[in-house]
Write a protein that binds this ligand. Structure first.
Ligand SMILES: Nc1ncnc2c1ncn2[C@@H]1O[C@H](COP(=O)(O)OP(=O)(O)O)[C@@H](O)[C@H]1O
Ligand SMILES: [Mg+2]
Length: 272
């Protein structure tokens, strides 16, 4: 997820640096080559001998919805004590996903200490992992599956609990139903950004593009609502095209798209 987000950031014109473990296999070579081709800095992509790399098989149906069958591999259990955490202070934002919990936790804590936005892509994972990582992040953005794994039920209550744990915002992306979120600055309001209506071809990596664009927008100094709208536009464009991160848009494409949607589709609504 974070690798797709890094590629989406590079496509949007940002500088993306990826940190993570790969194994000793052909998949590792492909991961490295693809990230380089996508313009991502891979000096923090570390190979672990004797381990296997994470990869997935993806099936997309005729309405654009997808089924992902993941193979986690043993590289994601590799240690994270080698991360150059002092470099995080040079970044504009840090985005972590949940698949390498030790690395994510160290990086989120370092980002928070350095005073840069610490963002978590809270996808489906063991509840203990989600509990630990959500407490280390300032911006926690769940998928619906991730939120269900974290809370089991009451989604608004679960988002509120994340704010109580110290986050500035807690969100859930809901595919074509848009994004709902709470902010610590106004905890009584539920914010909502509808999904932009597009002819959906393939929703693969929509969430990853969303998270990457959101991180880039924060790094560029946008506020939360503005960053959500930018991210929703980038993700919607991705859904109108086939492929995973190869369908991620450029900055110019997002700007043209937003200019063409001044009619209000996708505008942020506020419910109290
Ligand atoms: N069919 C769609 N049409 C327009 N935007 C979409 C569509 N699916 C997803 N998006 C956008 O991408 C965001 C993330 O998608 P979602 O499916 O919730 O994440 P994930 O890919 O992690 O499951 C949504 O909140 C929405 O803004
Ligand atoms: Mg996701």
């Amino acid at each position: 997820m974070a690798a797709n987000a890094a590629a989406a950031i590079a496509r949007l014109g940002g500088e993306a640096v990826f940190w993570g473990p790969i194994g000793e296999d052909a998949v590792a070579d492909a991961i490295r080559a693809r990230l380089i081709a996508d313009g991502v800095d891979v000096r923090g992509l570390r190979r672990f001998d004797g381990r296997t790399s994470s990869h997935s098989a993806v099936i997309v149906d005729e309405s654009g919805e997808r089924l992902v069958v993941g193979y986690r591999g043993s590289a994601l259990q590799a240690p994270a004590d080698w991360l150059p955490l002092d470099r995080i202070a040079l970044a504009g934002a840090l985005l972590a996903d949940v698949r390498w919990p030790d690395g994510a936790w160290r990086a989120l804590c370092a980002a928070r200490d350095a005073g840069i936005p610490a963002i978590l892509d809270a996808e489906i994972a063991a509840v203990e992992i989600l509990a630990k990582l959500t407490r280390a992040a300032d911006h926690v953005i769940f998928s619906e599956r991730g939120l269900a794994a974290y809370s089991g039920g009451d989604s608004e209550g679960a988002l509120r609990k994340v704010l109580t744990g110290g986050a500035l915002m807690a969100a859930v992306t809901r595919g074509a139903h848009g994004v709902r979120w709470l902010e610590a600055a106004a905890p009584g309001e539920v914010m909502h950004c509808p999904a932009f209506a597009v002819d959906t071809v393939d929703t693969l990596a929509a969430g990853d593009v969303f998270h990457g664009a959101y991180a880039l927008a924060l790094a560029e100094g946008r506020g939360i609502g503005n960053a959500v709208r930018f991210a929703a536009a980038a993700a919607a464009i991705k859904c109108s095209r086939p492929g995973g991160r190869s369908g991620a848009p450029t900055r110019g494409e997002v700007e043209a798209f937003l200019a063409s949607r001044k009619d209000g589709t996708g505008d942020i609504a506020l419910r109290t």
